[in-house]
Write a protein that binds this ligand. Structure first.
Ligand code: PSV
Ligand code: MN
Ligand code: MN
Length: 398
């Protein structure tokens, strides 16, 4: 793409756009798949360090992904402080620590909600171990997604499970330091099919509200029933001061974990409009990061992984730019005067604005490549990792 200079309309949003930071997941770089098949791919990382190196490559080419989330025990190492130093040398930091209570036979009927106190304690201990990792890595957030629920009516006492869940979360939360936070993710179904213990934002909110200020909701865009108005949930959680983080991805059917913005860029735009509207975007006045963490939670089953992540962060950047371009003053006026069609036209105007040329020029102004995807493909990094790495690992899913 050839570039010119940034247009005057776009230059007004340039500084704010510079605040955009998207955390990438370590598991996006490993091989993953469906329950039918995990496809191997050349160049897949063999170690946690190689996953971090790939995440750092995404950041080098885009300037958008300064931190990488870890999943324990998938990313278990002996020395997390050394891993944090390694990440820093690569140009990124270690971000959110994700717990895992879904791949152990003990958890078949529940983890924090299990009727057996031994299993509940095991799940709590795992989270305490994750907090220990956070002390070493300097991570702020412990992200909890629980694969808990039942398959058949009558199988479990849903009410008692909520009580046990609340108790377990309390024990975990009380171990966090003042700088650390707990973000509780919800998901409407799967792996349980009849009922899920944290199925929706309301249930997550109920639990985090009871815990305290440093407990917040994590919104995974793929975890809702089809047709759900996700931007409404964003608005509500921001209004309540309880939106802690996003797991961005796209879905057509269920928890597809496809590239964010691929299925429905307009939905991503609408979400970013509400994030900005609610004060969830951009650094705080003192320059520290916003309380709302933007993360990806994706798997690349059939496409190349590093380019898949590059495409993802660029999609978020593109829709964020369009959302920042929304003429909110004109919109307010149209709303106040009850002009429904004009309000909608102003909204759609921002969404339909093609920002790609401006974005290319904006990147060059900041010393980045105008076209990060092309720059990556031309860089030789992919060929290098394909030559160097033999027998790469799975993400941990199958
Ligand atoms: C399972 O649905 C899931 O995709 C959740 O979204 C978690 O965030 C992710 O796995 C990693 O544990
Ligand atoms: Mn998620
Ligand atoms: Mn998911």
């Amino acid at each position: 793409m050839t570039t010119s200079s940034v247009s005057s309309g776009f230059s007004a949003i340039g500084d704010r756009l510079g605040d955009l930071a998207i955390e990438v997941p370590s598991w996006a770089y490993g091989n993953s798949g469906t329950r039918f098949k995990v496809f191997g791919s050349a160049g897949t990382p063999r170690t946690v360090e190689e996953k971090i190196a790939d995440a750092a490559a995404v950041h080098r080419f885009t300037g958008l992904a300064p931190s990488v989330a870890l999943h324990i025990p998938w990313d278990e190492v002996d020395d997390y402080a050394a891993l944090a130093t390694y990440a820093k040398e690569q140009g990124v930091t270690l971000g959110t620590i994700n717990s895992n209570t879904f791949q152990d036979d003990d958890y078949k009927l529940g983890a924090l909600t299990h009727t057996d106190p031994r299993v509940r304690q095991k799940a709590i201990d795992h989270h305490l171990a994750c907090i220990e990792v956070m002390h070493q890595t300097g991570s702020r957030d412990l992200k909890i997604w629980l694969a808990e629920g039942t398959n058949y009516p009558g199988q479990g006492d849903m009410r008692a499970r909520q009580d046990r869940l609340a108790e377990g979360l309390r024990t975990i939360y009380d171990q966090l330091s003042e700088e650390q936070r707990l973000v509780l993710e919800y998901k409407f179904f799967e792996p349980a099919f009849y009922h899920t213990d944290v199925p929706d934002w309301g249930t997550s909110y109920v639990h985090v509200a009871a815990l305290g200020d440093r407990a917040l909701v994590c919104l995974d865009t793929g975890h809702h029933a089809p047709g759900t108005n996700i931007e409404f949930i964003v608005a509500q959680l921001l209004r309540l001061g309880k939106l802690g983080s996003f797991d961005f991805n796209s879905r057509f059917y269920a928890d597809d974990d496809l590239i964010v913005g691929a299925a429905d860029p307009y939905q991503l735009f609408r979400i970013m409009v509400e994030v900005i509207r609610g004060g969830g975007f951009g650094n705080k006045a003192d320059g520290t990061p916003n309380d709302v963490a933007l993360m990806l939670d994706q798997c690349h089953n059939i496409e190349a992984k590093v380019p898949g992540q590059i495409r993802s962060v660029l999609n978020v950047q593109e829709m964020t730019a369009r959302a920042l371009l929304l003429d909110t003053a004109a919109l307010d006026e149209a709303r106040s005067s009850g002009d429904v069609l004009l309000a909608n036209e102003i909204f759609m105007d921002a969404f339909y604005t093609d920002v790609r040329r401006d974005l290319a020029a904006w990147r060059e102004e900041r010393g980045l490549q105008a076209d990060p995807m092309r720059a990556y493909l031309d860089s030789g990094y992919q060929q290098q990792i394909e030559a160097d790495r033999v027998g790469g690992s799975q993400a941990g899913w199958n």
